[in-house]
Ligand binder design. Structure first.
Ligand SMILES: [Zn+2]
Length: 331
């Protein structure tokens, strides 16, 4: 049975079939979280040399991995890891997907916190985390837009949380600024009327005709054209690494200030004020798309749980914190 909650964990741990989460136990007193991974009997595995992905299991070795902490709890992964019999290489220990670098436990952690944040007012989320054994002070990362009351709420109730400005909202604000430049220029240049979406669409999404129109518009209406160029430059920032991005952002803001385009200058000022929150994205890469996907899984878990006692939004979080855990939900 595909339980959405264990799908959530499978995804967060980077598990691929035949591996799956078999059981999770949480011991509040020992501050310990144990995640048992397993596979179906008869499953076949890839040879570590990469020549075959259909090797039979020879024998099993019980192994344990220390993973990142979940709140203040130590997290361990357990699995019986097979040695396979490869026709060419003989008996070899397989590679397990979760042991590779960058496995996504942090993502899971943040995602669960985010699901809470999105579902409840900040204060209630903090209280609930405490009530279920998590310490709000240990929650370390949130994605957020520029909405000030929300930011203040997070800082008040999650004192150690850092903010990552949601990239989607940043892009939205910039689009709004570009459109404001267009509307101002349009007062003396009626040819700009009805061109709003041509400027706002992703270049890759434009039809050939729209691309031609855009070239013409950029050439002819220099203020909006300039704002558009600056927007493209800003978009380029997201593909930079965390070493390159800070300098790039500073240079971009000063270029905007020299442009004399007031709506963009206001945007740059706001970005400058929250510069470290924006740049944190390059380290945490929290984006709303990933969170939406995980939120969708949690919503599915919630729908599935309807009619049972645990009819709560954050069923996954409760599973993680409420004691003995079992993913074999009744269906
Ligand atoms: Zn082999």
């Amino acid at each position: 049975m595909e339980d959405p909650t264990s799908v959530l964990f499978q995804r967060a741990l980077g598990l691929v079939p035949p591996w799956e989460v078999a059981n999770i136990t949480f011991d509040a007193e020992r501050h310990r979280l144990d995640i048992q991974l397993s596979f179906d009997r008869g499953a076949r595995f890839a040879c570590p040399e990469g020549d075959s992905d259909d090797c039979p299991v020879h024998d099993l070795t019980e192994k344990e991995w220390r993973h990142l902490n979940f709140f203040e709890h130590e997290a361990y992964l357990h699995a019986k890891v097979p040695r396979v019999r490869c026709a060419k290489h003989g008996v070899r220990l397989i590679q397990v997907p979760w042991a590779r670098a960058g496995s996504g436990f942090t993502l899971l952690f943040e995602a669960l916190a985010m699901v809470l944040m999105r579902e409840m007012p900040v204060k209630a989320a903090a209280r609930d985390l405490e009530a279920h054994g998590g310490k709000a002070a240990n929650v370390f990362s949130f994605s957020s837009d520029l909405h000030r009351p929300y930011r203040l709420g997070i800082q008040e109730h999650f004192p150690n949380a850092t903010l990552t400005l949601d990239r989607y909202h940043v892009v939205q604000l910039l689009n709004r600024a570009v459109d404001e430049v267009r509307r101002r220029e349009q007062r003396t240049a009626p040819g700009l009327k009805n061109s709003r979406y041509t400027w706002l669409k992703k270049p890759s999404k434009l039809t050939t005709r729209q691309s031609q129109d855009l070239l013409y518009l950029r050439d002819r209406y220099r203020q909006t054209g300039r704002a558009y160029e600056l927007k493209l430059k800003f978009d380029d920032m997201w593909s930079l690494n965390s070493e390159m991005a800070p300098g790039y952002l500073v240079a971009w803001c000063s270029e905007v200030r020299r442009s004399g385009l007031e709506p963009l200058k206001a945007f740059a000022d706001s970005i400058d004020k929250h510069r470290y929150d924006v740049l944190r994205w390059f380290r945490t890469h929290i984006s709303i798309g990933v969170l939406e996907a995980i939120n969708g899984l949690v919503q599915a878990a919630k729908r599935r749980a309807r009619g049972y006692r645990t009819d709560r939004h954050y069923i996954a979080m409760i599973y993680m914190t409420a004691g003995k855990l079992n993913f074999e939900l009744p269906t």
